[in-house]
Write a protein that binds this ligand. Structure first.
Ligand SMILES: *Cc1c(COP(=O)(O)O)cnc(C)c1O
Length: 366
């Protein structure tokens, strides 16, 4: 499938500011955006566009996909590759930062471009799916590095590939590494749910030597519709567990009620909230980032309200390729005069916890 082709419902994706302006009354800041060499193109699927409330200039769906002139601003603290993915690339399309897992850049194309994209140095480019040589280089590397237990299929969006093209890639990796867990990282259930066909799920079912996991990116409760729930259910019903990575975005979901509703609705459609990401330091996204202090307050409030099942890990992917670390309030406050651990409860009161007596722990080791 080419995402620029007409969709099953007969409508074409919105791929320019002109077609956007024909459908939406643009604000001054939106109208002032223009393409430069460094910008991410505009592309919005008709389905995702239909979720926008056109009467609301500050609509949270609109803010994720309609560009603003603020994107043309970048700061010295930002870069085009804040996670130093280029220097952590093992092959042209393979990022190997953690010993146990690696990320394969299947394609640079998405069905809809998110204005907060942290991989905009790559996404929205013109190289398309990995070439045969790029695939083979990544396959050889993963084949000889058996410490890699999980491979992320990411990009771009891997589900913009045709079933047969995607199958070719999956088959090659599973041929050399039948044990390899594959994480399909995709926003397609959110932005183009009609792409999740029975044929796709049937194809994945032919490669059962190790599990697939679906990693989606729902950022707002209004993205959970009949169509997106159905798309996710197709994976889950086929035995593919679903996890969600939300990006914390100013003016979209930087609100405890919105985030709590999102996480609870995800649980109700059998999707486990996995990460809540602090925005990466990518040029052109400062207007969408939330200060960490505010993020910590939101995390604290979510911790009070949500079940462990509904609670994501708030995390930041550190600059210069430092990798992901959890963010959050600390509940362990130190030790009391007897040496017992002191904790703050989520409501702010203090409790202590005693380690086993030294004598006892020695006995149990004997
Ligand atoms: C985020 C990421 C992963 C996966 O990290 P988890 O903490 O296991 O979700 C793997 N490789 C790269 C390069 C990443 O950026």
């Amino acid at each position: 499938m080419d995402v620029n082709d007409d969709l099953p419902d007969g409508s074409a994706a919105i791929g320019s500011m002109r077609s956007l302006s024909e459908r939406l009354e643009l604000t001054g800041q939106e109208r002032a955006w223009h393409e430069t060499d460094a910008t991410l193109p505009v592309l919005i699927s008709p389905y995702y566009f239909s979720l926008i409330d056109a009467a609301d200039e500050r609509d949270p769906i609109r803010r994720q996909v309609v560009p603003s002139v603020e994107e043309l601003v970048s700061y010295t603290s930002e870069s085009t590759d804040p996670l130093a993915e280029v220097s952590h690339s093992a092959t042209a399309r393979l990022i190997h930062r953690y010993a146990s897992r690696a990320a394969f850049l299947v394609t640079d194309i998405c069905a809809t471009y998110c204005r907060h994209c942290f991989r905009r140095r790559f996404s929205g480019g013109s190289t398309g799916p990995a070439s045969e040589a790029e695939l083979e280089a990544a396959v050889q590397y993963v084949g000889s590095h058996t410490g890699i237990k999980e491979l992320l299929f990411t990009g771009g969006d891997p589900l913009t590939l045709s079933d047969s093209n995607l199958e070719r890639m999956i088959a090659r990796f599973r041929e050399v590494r039948p044990d390899l867990v594959i994480r399909i990282c995709t926003r397609i259930p959110v932005t183009l749910p009609s792409r999740v066909t029975e044929a796709l799920i049937t194809m994945l079912g032919r490669y059962r030597s190790a599990p697939f996991y679906l990693f989606t990116q729902f950022n707002h409760p209004r993205e959970i519709t009949c169509q997106s729930s159905e798309a996710v259910a197709r994976f889950i019903d086929a035995g593919i567990p679903a996890m969600n990575q939300t990006v914390l975005l100013k003016g979209v979901n930087d609100d405890a009620d919105v985030l709590a509703a999102l996480m609870e609705r995800l649980v109700s459609i059998r999707v486990k909230p996995y990460y809540l990401f602090q925005g990466d330091l990518v040029g052109g996204t400062a207007h969408l980032r939330v200060p960490i202090e505010e993020g910590l307050l939101l995390e604290e409030e979510l911790r009070r309200r949500l079940s462990g099942l509904a609670m994501p890990v708030y995390a930041v992917d550190l600059p210069q390729g430092g990798g992901k670390v959890p963010l959050g309030r600390h509940y362990m406050v130190g030790r009391d005069s007897r040496g017992a651990w002191m904790f703050k409860t989520v409501d702010g009161s203090i409790r202590t916890y005693d380690d086993p007596p030294v004598q006892l722990s020695k006995d149990s080791q004997a």
